[in-house]
Design a protein around this ligand. Structure first.
Ligand SMILES: [Cu+2]
Length: 731
């Protein structure tokens, strides 16, 4: 009780901020992030009940974020979608899983950060769209996402010993997907020990209708039905973790050792599939309370081994095409949150990250041999950051936050070779010019953020902010070097089926964002609420693409208005702007029939390249969601409708093609007992056909290694109807 009193006092007097929450020590059950993020400037989080029902419906953790206004998803493999915030995605968004910055290691970014945590393990998340405090930002221009698993649990008193566990399973009819999760915790008052494991698999899923001719995927394979999405299956996805925690008074030390392994994951919008991924992660964290404030320290080490080849739905060409990557990331953070006075908190921190990448393709014979092709050899990305942030609570109405951050990013890559440098036109010339280039960069990046919040009364809050944010290019953007068609096609981070060539001269992107939010609600936040955000971002040196007109690229490549093309990354300027609107209304509430709540979200974003006056790629058209939730004691049900207008603002340089407008309906219901929870749902009840505007080009079957030997202009469709059921038991 004294401990609780102490923390309640500190969090009252110091008032909020990331580290001030100290949830892990205080609570044994995951707290609603909606509550905790109320006090963090620039943040939004999920509704706790929504999160629980969503978890039962997805195996792709990124999909848990899709209810947050302004967030949309780039399609990828079955467990690897990439979240976009206000039109900016992938490496432009900083994603931390339990504090660790996980890094992808793949020329298609298949092993995205969120693919490393199973949805069943996510207890909460916080999204910082747009104007991000510098203490949670850095090396990203699109915002930050922090994912947290359930905090360690401890026994309540010396005499009691805590032992508990959970076990769960799910089944989804579309794709015949199923999986399991279980975990156990044993803990004393000061020491906690837990083991968690989860696994999932799925066959190819089917769309709401046929979207392509019935044809074999592999040369002599069985025909793939017209409504089946080739290369969308995955299996052997397993996450295991051992978690240890020690706490003593206001101090807690946590050590997590985890392994993620995937035996196969198909990618319908990439030209090959993931045939193996093994990721080890060591994550050590310390948080402690002192008289002057609190201290946070983190160390993480990630070791990834990743392979790709042609899955069962693609032409194998007799040899396949093995591709290998190996990467290691070491990360560390030291941060102090100093209580200067009742009004002021100062956050001071420093971060370090060192990433190395090897990406090689074994010889398969013919012109693709006799040597190993080195796509990136000894790629390095090293980062030193420091930041200072001052938060002041001037009075009950006004809060301000001001921060500055310096990120120094070094990137480099060793010399490369093609399959046979003797074939100068195919491999040798490109390799020689890359090897002759000055490849080392040291970028000195600066971030600034200024946020203010004004709460004139119990029913309204206004927030406004400005941020300057920077991101250095990733290793593929700078160092993918081959203009050979096949090699360029293998380097694709966005799922558009095009081939990409890096640019050694790329400069960091710098974004200037202004954002304004208004939040209106009834005093108790029970009856109604309305939140509106408007934002504008100008990006200097935005990394877009231009048509390749050198090396092995043909003159036709420069002018083609249809078909897949070859592109080189290039710095241009861009602007993105838009608005998010979300609302909530208690429709009815009776003791007998429970409560009915309506919720709605509407998001709009526009992205323009100011250098070429083209549209930016993968920008979500106007989209919205309406839901009605019914709650009666332990029983919760929801009906939601998703509606998206057609995508007709297209990136011409990438030959992006449009997608039609659509709507579909989901039904979900759940019942909770003291020791169990049952979820049942029907996703896409009317089996509507649709294509996610950000789902990319369908290149999931046939001769996908050939540039235009497969149809161009087919979008990866969304999933047709699925009956889902999940059961979790707690003991
Ligand atoms: Cu890959």
């Amino acid at each position: 009780m004294a401990l609780i009193a102490l923390f309640t006092f500190t969090s009252f007097s110091a008032n909020a901020g990331e580290v001030m929450k100290m949830d892990p020590i205080l609570v044994t059950a995951p707290e609603s992030a909606g509550d905790s993020t109320d006090s963090t400037l620039g943040a939004s989080g999920p509704d706790k009940e929504d999160l629980a029902s969503q978890r039962a419906a997805v195996s792709d953790s990124a999909r848990l974020l899709q209810d947050i206004p302004g967030v949309s998803l780039y399609g990828a493999g079955g467990i690897s979608s990439l979240p976009a915030i206000h039109g900016l995605a992938d490496d432009r968004v900083r994603i931390q899983v339990d504090g660790a910055d996980l890094t992808t290691a793949c020329p298609n970014h298949m092993n995205s950060p969120l693919s490393y945590i199973d949805p069943t393990k996510i207890a909460s998340f916080t999204v910082f769209p747009g104007v991000t405090p510098v203490s949670v930002g850095g090396d990203s221009i699109g915002g930050s996402i922090q994912i947290t698993s359930a905090p360690p649990e401890f026994a309540e008193s010396k005499e009691r010993f805590l032992a508990k566990g959970q076990i769960g399973s799910f089944y989804r009819s579309n794709g015949n997907a199923y999986g399991y999760n279980f975990g156990a915790t044993v803990a004393g008052q000061w020491l906690s020990f837990a083991y968690n494991e989860s696994g999932s698999r799925s066959d190819n899923f089917v769309a709401g209708k046929s979207f392509k001719p019935v044809a074999p995927g592999r040369e002599d394979g069985p025909p793939i039905p017209g409504d089946e999405v080739g290369s969308s299956a995955y299996h052997g996805a397993t996450n295991r973790s051992v978690e240890m925690a020690v706490r003593y008074e206001g101090h807690m030390l946590q050590l997590d050792l985890s392994q993620q392994r995937v035996d196969f994951e198909g990618f319908p919008n990439q030209r090959m599939d993931m045939t193996y991924n093994n990721n080890w992660l060591v994550n050590l964290r310390y948080k402690g309370q002192y008289a002057w404030g609190d201290l946070e320290a983190r160390f993480s080490y990630q070791d990834t081994r990743h392979t790709m080849d042609m899955g069962p739905d693609r032409f194998f060409f007799g040899t396949g095409m093995p591709m290998d990557t190996k990467a290691k990331t070491t990360g560390a953070l030291l941060q102090g949150n100093i209580i200067l006075s009742e009004r002021d908190i100062l956050r001071v921190g420093t971060e370090y990250q060192y990433y190395t990448l090897y990406d090689w393709w074994s010889p398969v014979g013919g012109v693709m041999g006799p040597n190993t092709f080195w796509n990136i050899d000894y790629g390095q990305r090293e980062k030193f950051d420091a930041f200072v942030e001052w938060e002041a609570r001037w009075n009950p109405q006004w809060v301000s936050l001001l921060g500055v951050r310096s990120d120094t990013v070094m990137t480099n890559a060793g010399p490369v070779q093609g399959y046979d440098n003797g074939l100068a036109g195919l491999w040798g010339d490109d390799a020689a010019s890359f090897n002759a280039a000055d490849r080392k960069h040291i970028d000195g990046n600066w971030d600034l953020s200024a946020l203010a919040r004004y709460t004139p009364g119990a029913t309204q809050t206004y927030e406004a902010g400005y941020a300057r944010k920077s991101r250095s290019p990733n290793l593929y953007e700078r160092y993918a070097w081959s203009t050979n068609a096949m090699a360029a096609l293998m380097n694709n981070l966005v799922g558009d089926g095009n081939g990409y060539i890096g640019n050694v001269a790329l400069a960091p992107e710098v974004a200037n964002t202004v954002s304004v939010t208004g939040d209106w609600h009834d005093a108790a936040k029970e009856q109604w609420g309305l939140k509106a955000t408007g934002y504008y971002t100008y990006v200097q040196n935005y990394i877009d693409a231009r048509r390749c007109d050198f090396g092995q690229c043909s003159p036709e490549n420069v002018t083609a208005t249809t078909g897949f093309v070859f592109l080189q990354y290039v710095n241009q300027s861009a602007q993105l702007y838009g608005a998010d609107l979300s609302g909530r209304l208690l429709l009815a509430k009776t003791d007998r029939y429970g409560s009915f709540t309506g919720t709605g979200v509407l998001s709009y974003v526009r992205g323009e390249n100011l250098s070429t006056h083209d549209n930016l790629y993968h920008i979500m058209p106007l989209n919205g969601k309406l839901a009605v939730t019914h709650r009666l004691g332990p029983w919760t049900s929801m009906m939601e409708m998703i509606a998206v207008t057609d995508k007709n603002r297209l990136s011409q340089v990438r030959n992006e093609f449009g997608t039609g407008g659509y709507w579909y309906l989901n039904l979900r219901t759940s019942y909770e007992w003291k020791h169990a929870r049952l979820d049942f749902g029907i996703e896409n009840v009317f089996n509507r056909y649709y294509a996610n505007p950000l789902g990319g080009a369908y290149v999931g079957q046939g001769p996908s290694m050939t540039t235009n030997g497969i149809p161009w202009g087919v979008a990866v469709p969304g999933m047709g109807r699925s009956f889902n059921v999940a059961l979790n038991v707690y003991f």
